[in-house]
Write a protein that binds this ligand. Structure first.
Ligand code: FUC
Length: 346
């Protein structure tokens, strides 16, 4: 196993470092100390051909200019917070607004746009990077100094393990995820419409027109939201279900997970690549890049709608406004932890 480092560019005069992790079976992953971005993930197909399966760029300027959170860690709170405000202990906190008067993915200067500290990890069975960041009290409107760590570990079992940990000195809210866009065809040869997804979820959350959860849980039975026995992404793109149409024809929905550890399985039949995702989080947001624009290119291929699929494992979006959802509140003295494992199979 091996880790190499190189200078990727500069952001506000600070160096951006690219770390390349390599396991003994040829899997390579590149990640940046900017936004903890996973910029490249090279895995074999059924014939042993190694190709990249995530949307990402080779230049920092592209991340600053175009990236819709490609490969990044998003937070302090992933997803949308209604009206960009919330109440804790009787005090109202006003967050930065970056979408329709709401806050999306921690604000414009959220975790995806900051430089993290980084240290490499070398073990017998894994290589990795631990990123850490101190999000100051009041940053993007959130209370409390939050010390947050994100660890990426690539193992010889063909797995990527992501661990998130956080501590605060004031009551706050935390819900962090990784926003990688997967495309298992390899080097973006095809869009993800023919990818099959299997997801053991009985319920998803209804969204309003600003894509905020209404609070209503909908049963997947008899709809294209039923992935329990596997179905193609195409089904939701072609569906006339008002929830598919609302989000721009596709999926942009939180699915509730049961915690019984049935992996989420994404598969591309043509390449034979399979991605298995396991998490300890209560929800996964399935986003089929419905709002990906075509005005830039990604490593020589034109960006377009449905070029990637995001499986954002996390707490339930806007949980702070829905007491019926699992809490995302973090108190001083407690530790926030979340884990997601991605396994690359054929
Ligand atoms: C996802 C979605 C959004 C958004 C974005 C880029 O998580 O929930 O709708 O467009 O990320």
């Amino acid at each position: 196993m091996e880790i190499t480092k190189r200078l990727f560019g500069y952001v506000k005069n600070k160096p951006v470092i690219a770390f390349q992790l390599k396991n003994d079976h040829g899997i390579k992953m590149t990640c940046l100390n900017y936004g903890c971005v996973i910029s490249e993930l090279i895995v074999p197909d059924k014939d042993g051909k190694f190709e990249n399966i995530v949307l990402g760029f080779d230049h920092i300027e592209d991340y600053i200019k175009y990236s819709p959170y490609f490969g990044a860690v998003v937070g302090r709170v992933a997803g949308r917070i209604k009206d960009a405000e919330f109440e804790l202990n009787g005090k109202v906190y006003k967050l930065s607004k970056n979408e329709n008067g709401n806050q999306l993915h921690g604000g414009d200067h959220g975790f995806h746009h900051v430089i993290w500290n980084a240290s490499t990890i070398e073990r017998e069975d894994a290589v990795g990077v631990e990123f850490s960041y101190r999000s100051a009290d009041g940053e993007e409107g959130y209370p409390g100094n939050l010390e947050i760590q994100v660890t990426y570990l690539l193992t010889n079992n063909q797995e990527l393990l992501i661990t998130y940990r956080g501590k605060t000195d004031k009551k706050t809210i935390v819900n962090v995820t990784n926003h990688s866009y997967f495309n298992l065809s390899g080097n973006l040869k095809r869009d993800v419409k023919e990818h099959t997804l299997q997801l053991d979820s009985d319920q998803f959350l209804e969204l309003d027109k600003e894509l905020l959860p209404t609070g209503k849980k909908l049963n997947v039975d008899g709809t294209v939201f039923d992935f329990r026995h596997g179905r193609k992404i195409r089904d939701g793109i072609e569906s006339r279900h008002p929830q598919n149409v609302l989000v721009g024809n596709g999926y942009d929905h939180p699915f509730l997970l049961k915690g019984d550890k049935n992996p989420i399985i994404l598969q591309d039949q043509e390449s034979g690549r399979i991605l298995e995702v396991e998490t300890d989080q209560p929800a996964v947001v399935l986003y089929t890049s419905n709002s990906l624009t075509d005005d830039f290119s990604i490593r020589g291929r034109r960006s377009k709608k449905y070029l990637g699929v995001c499986l954002e494992t996390q707490g339930v979006p806007d949980a702070i406004h829905h007491p019926e959802f699992p809490s995302v509140v973090l108190n001083p003295g407690e530790e926030y932890t979340a884990r997601t494992k991605y396994a690359f199979r054929v």
